[in-house]
Design a protein around this ligand. Structure first.
Ligand SMILES: C=C(O[C@@H]1C=C(C(=O)O)C=C[C@H]1O)C(=O)O
Ligand SMILES: [Mg+2]
Length: 468
């Protein structure tokens, strides 16, 4: 088994080198292998034992199919700041160009294996701030190593650039070493650091902004706008990212758990909100808006859930999202299916109104094109989009950065998934900047909306150990 594995790698990279010798494009080798013993692989341990890649790691799990994707290092990166054009289209066309020069050895037809780019985008490409200086308006990375785990199998993909001297033996040894690393046991015992301070901008000021939003809505200048606020939390020591990830995985089973390191920083979260997923041409998007707390008892929880389901204000917040997403998906898909009414989506700390949108992506349309047309949906921006976005720009006073923006991955077989990065925070040494927002409509009550943002901070606060 070991013999054949080593042989396959060596033969494949030798063939790729021969092939590339006749071309003059950027030269990349992409090699995938199925790894035996998926049950021995612990994603947190992988994170703990790959410190040498710290600063360029990507972690992703999806609640629905349990898929885990871990990207380590960077073999190639698409990165842009302050775009004067279409950042989604740029990534799409550069990715397709790059793929022409990649020698791919991937015998598996498994989404998320082979060449995969991972990363995300900022909420507003025209905004930049010191807080988010390590997170440009778009950043998608082709990692050196990719670990892909589904419920039955694990795969390891590596990417090697051919621009320097390539030592085949060395490459093969590193690949084998990475397989060993994947099977490490997690280290136990690291404690949550102690929270020493929580600081937010004045609650009154934020509620005042909500009031001016409802006034504009009453004056028919807009219908809905999403307003966010920031909570900065400080700890006694450097925040251990793998510990926070571990907590999120354990506590937020109905959410995507993601982390993206960039330089010294880590953007991390547990979002329930899918933007769009495409697998073998099948498209899935999600409308999520309208919120209520969970009850203390099953009875109370049911009462709160039913109130949410039939509450006019929340249904209105939700309907704006459904209308827009349905329209955007119909523009690029056939057989679009949208249920008549929402159902409840229950999370550990809160519950939402949820409507799935399904379709078949039409030939000639790409995942990133769908991301481009959806972002920001009225669950993050508002209606009409332009009015809401300029209100946010002028009045919100939170540095959104990558919060409430698309984060995810795409492979070379046109599969991929992007989530909306909410319930999230930016970790910088011993500080975390958390963000939470909510949809303001005609009947919004500033105090209730403020309380709603409070509960939306709890998943991250809990995982950081800052919620007693
Ligand atoms: C903006 C956030 O959440 C969004 C707003 C919601 C609402 O106002 O009801 C619900 C889900 C999300 O679409 C957030 O969590 O920060
Ligand atoms: Mg709401």
């Amino acid at each position: 088994m070991i013999e054949t594995r080593q042989q396959r790698f060596t033969e494949s990279i030798s063939e790729a080198l021969d092939y590339q010798a006749h071309k003059d494009t950027p030269q990349l080798f992409s090699y995938t292998e199925k790894i035996a013993g998926v049950e021995e692989i612990n994603p947190i341990a992988v994170f703990q034992y790959t410190q040498s890649f710290k600063g360029s790691r990507f972690f992703w799990t999806s609640p629905e199919d349990g898929m885990v994707l871990i990207g380590l290092g960077s073999a190639y990166q698409f990165k842009e700041n302050k775009t004067n054009g279409d950042r989604f289209e740029h990534v799409h066309s550069e990715w397709n160009d790059l793929l022409k020069s990649v020698y791919i050895d991937n015998p598996y037809n498994q989404p998320g294996t082979g060449p995969v780019i991972m990363g995300g985008f900022s909420f507003d490409p025209e905004e930049s701030s010191e807080l988010w200086e390590n997170y440009p308006s778009s950043q998608m990375t082709l990692p050196e190593y990719i670990i892909t785990i589904d419920d039955s199998d694990a795969y390891l993909t590596c990417h090697i650039r051919f621009d320097g001297q390539v030592d085949i033996e060395n490459c093969r040894a590193s690949f084998t070493q990475m397989i060993e690393t994947m099977k490490q046991h997690p280290q136990q015992g690291s404690k949550d650091p102690e929270c020493v301070n929580q600081q937010a901008k004045s609650a009154e000021e934020w509620k005042e902004t909500v009031r001016s939003a409802t006034e504009r809505i009453e004056n028919k200048q807009m219908n809905k706008v999403v307003l966010a606020r920031e909570l900065r939390v400080s700890f006694t020591q450097t925040i251990p990212v793998s510990r926070v990830l571990e907590n999120l995985l354990e506590q937020q089973k109905q959410s995507y758990i993601f982390a993206l390191e960039s330089g010294e920083d880590c953007f991390i979260g547990a979002t329930p909100e899918r933007l769009v997923k495409v697998e073998n041409g099948e498209l899935l998007s999600t409308c999520l808006a309208g919120t209520s707390p969970r009850g203390e008892t099953p009875q109370e929880d049911e009462v709160l859930g039913n109130e949410l389901l039939y509450d006019e204000k929340n249904r209105m917040e939700h309907a704006f999202v459904v209308d827009m997403i349905k329209q955007a998906i119909e523009a690029c898909s056939d057989n679009v299916e949208v249920p008549e009414s929402p159902v409840l989506y229950k999370l550990r700390n809160l519950q939402h109104l949820y409507t799935p949108v399904k379709g078949k992506l039409r030939e000639g349309h790409s995942l990133l094109e769908v991301v481009r047309s959806l972002h920001p949906t009225p669950a993050m921006g508002g209606v009409p989009r332009e009015e809401a976005l300029s209100f946010i720009k002028e009045e919100e006073k939170a540095d959104r950065g990558w919060y409430s923006a698309p984060i995810g991955w795409m492979d070379a077989m046109d599969n991929g998934e992007f989530a909306v990065a909410i319930r999230s925070g930016l970790i910088q040494k011993n500080e975390a900047s958390l963000f939470a927002g909510c949809g303001i409509v005609k009947d919004s009550d500033p105090e209730k909306e403020f309380q709603e943002t409070q509960i939306k901070f709890s998943p991250m606060l809990m995982a950081l150990g800052g919620l007693q």
